[in-house]
Write a protein that binds this ligand. Structure first.
Ligand SMILES: [Zn+2]
Length: 108
């Protein structure tokens, strides 16, 4: 059986099985990570996984899971931040029975 050595912040080097790993490969590479529960202290270990770590873990038998960040996180937001007046305006708008038509016509 293959054992993979991981460095636990509490216990130091510990050996784990490939099946113990959660390998999350993201469409934004810097958000990829691997995680597992330390077999000694039972705390969760989570570390960033660069391309090399991903390749090594897969080569050792870890099954990767793909995940994607919501596209909204990659959008550029150049408008002013929402303030209290905006929130009150939205609240009042949502109380009107035709709020969706009003909103659609002003925010196309
Ligand atoms: Zn530990």
């Amino acid at each position: 059986m293959t054992w993979i050595e991981v460095n636990c912040p509490e216990c130091g080097a510990v050996e784990c099985k490939p099946a113990d790993f959660e390998l999350a490969v993201c469409n934004l590479p810097s958000a990829s990570y691997y995680a597992l529960t330390c077999p000694m202290c039972h705390k969760r270990i989570q570390k960033a996984a660069d391309e090399r770590a991903i390749e090594l873990l897969i080569a050792e038998g870890v099954t990767p899971q793909r995940w994607e960040l919501p596209a909204e996180l990659l959008e550029t937001h150049d408008g002013p931040p929402l303030n209290l007046d905006d929130l009150l305006d939205l609240h009042m708008l949502l109380e009107a029975p035709n709020w969706f038509e009003v909103f659609s016509s002003t925010h196309a």
